[in-house]
Design a protein around this ligand. Structure first.
Ligand SMILES: [Cu+2]
Length: 160
């Protein structure tokens, strides 16, 4: 009986304390998670760039295959965003393709004019996703575009 009573007392003391500890621990974790997912522009601290294919401004009255507009969109939903990156840093570019068209991301040596491909995602079929690594040692301006929709899906990469 005495043992049970002291166990009861122990639970009374330990119970609220452990509850308090649990609250403190979970608060700490929340702060940590916020830090992990903070963004510097459109690029996460872990050097991952999200650039998804998207169909925008869908026109219900358009005939099939006509007036379809595609864009690259980042994690914030910005269309054909400027990508700010650092030189000599490796980035992972992740691309989802929820559209019903094939796309391919090509990174160009210049944003306009004479340009050549520095990196390519390879074909991204409808419903598929790819990721590839990109790194450059030259500060300056680069461009990116879609192999199949170069006029609709293109943007600038600013390398610091
Ligand atoms: Cu495309």
């Amino acid at each position: 009986m005495l043992q049970r009573f002291s166990l009861f007392i122990a639970l009374l003391v330990v119970g609220p304390t452990s509850l308090l500890l649990a609250v403190q621990v979970s608060t700490g974790q929340t702060i940590g998670e916020e830090n992990d997912t903070s963004f510097e522009g459109n690029i996460a601290e872990n050097n991952t760039i999200i650039l998804n294919a998207a169909e925008v401004g869908e026109d219900e009255t358009a005939e099939v295959g006509e007036d379809e507009t595609y864009r690259w969109v980042d994690s914030t939903g910005a269309e054909n965003p400027d990508l700010n990156i650092n030189s000599n840093t490796e980035y992972t570019i992740k691309i989802d393709n929820p559209t019903d068209e094939e796309h391919e991301l090509i990174i160009d040596s210049e944003s306009a004019g004479n340009k050549s491909a520095m990196a390519e995602s390879g074909d991204i079929e409808p419903g598929k996703n790819v990721e590839f690594k990109f790194k450059t040692d030259q500060p300056g301006e680069l461009g990116y575009h879609c192999k199949y929709h170069p006029d609709m899906m293109n943007g600038t990469i600013i390398v610091s």
